[in-house]
Design a protein around this ligand. Sequence first.
Ligand SMILES: Cc1cc2nc3c(=O)[nH]c(=O)nc-3n(C[C@H](O)[C@H](O)[C@H](O)COP(=O)(O)OP(=O)(O)OC[C@H]3O[C@@H](n4cnc5c(N)ncnc54)[C@H](O)[C@@H]3O)c2cc1C
Length: 267
Amino acid sequence: MFPAEQVALGKRAETIVADEKGVSLSFTDGTSARVGALLGADGIHSCVRTAMFGAESPRFTGIVAYRAVVPAERVAGVPNLGAFTKWWGPNPQSQIVTFPLNRGKDIFIFATTPQDTWHLESWTAPGSVDELREQYVAYHPEARALLDACDTVLKTALYERDPMPAWAQGRMALLGDAAHPMLPFMAQGAGMAIEDAVVLARHLEGVAMTDMADALQGYEKARIERAGQVQLGLRGNNWLREGGNADWVYGYDAWAVPLGAPVAATA
Ligand SMILES: Cc1cc2nc3c(=O)[nH]c(=O)nc-3n(C[C@H](O)[C@H](O)[C@H](O)COP(=O)(O)OP(=O)(O)OC[C@H]3O[C@@H](n4cnc5c(N)ncnc54)[C@H](O)[C@@H]3O)c2cc1C
């Protein structure tokens, strides 16, 4: 159990400087800390990743995504909304995905489509519902009924990153989106982050701070190939389109994989 007095919430790391014996951090509230090791689970715009490897330059995929939530009662005439549902589009960039939220009270809609240009990487920019409906005018009437029920929508560009060659450096390491930001087409971003956390915890168990760098290298070795395969495997947006064996994704047991050994995903 992690001691409660060692948990500090509401802090935003600003600068990170590492040396052989540890890492110094300063926070936006003016405070600072010195730690023996630093694990960066700080998401897609990770400042820990930037401190370790420099700023990255993601590529715009040429795909934009619309996101909306509608009350389920408003789309009660559309069948099968109690489960994850996907309407494939005429090209790999186009799809409409829905799944229930809030125990089925609401329906989440995630629709992607090609677009030539984009300038802002944000998950909170508003979109136009009229434009949304226009983009999917040729879709099945059930899919269109969902879009007709949207009052508001968010519009986001999807950016692509290549798998990183390393996640660990001295006494610092990355996990989750900080290590492997990925497109949503396999719905594996959080899944991979949880797998990272389990495998990392197993590598850190009983490790002295003096052996931390080796333990973090072992964690990286165990995880980097698998996460990279998912990052690349979802390109083309054809995951499970024709069925196929999904065991290499869902059959992985983070509690049982050998420590320090790469576990390649074999499709
Ligand atoms: C619309 C959408 C749908 C998705 N659907 C799925 C799905 O179906 N299945 C799935 O597996 N994944 C899905 N994902 C992906 C999933 O949400 C992410 O992969 C997952 O949240 C990554 O977890 P994380 O902990 O690495 O990063 P995050 O969840 O991004 O958490 C990072 C944390 O770090 C904090 N932070 C950032 N910078 C700093 C700083 N400088 N100092 C201190 N703290 C900081 C942030 O405030 C945040 O709390 C979806 C994502 C989106 C956007």
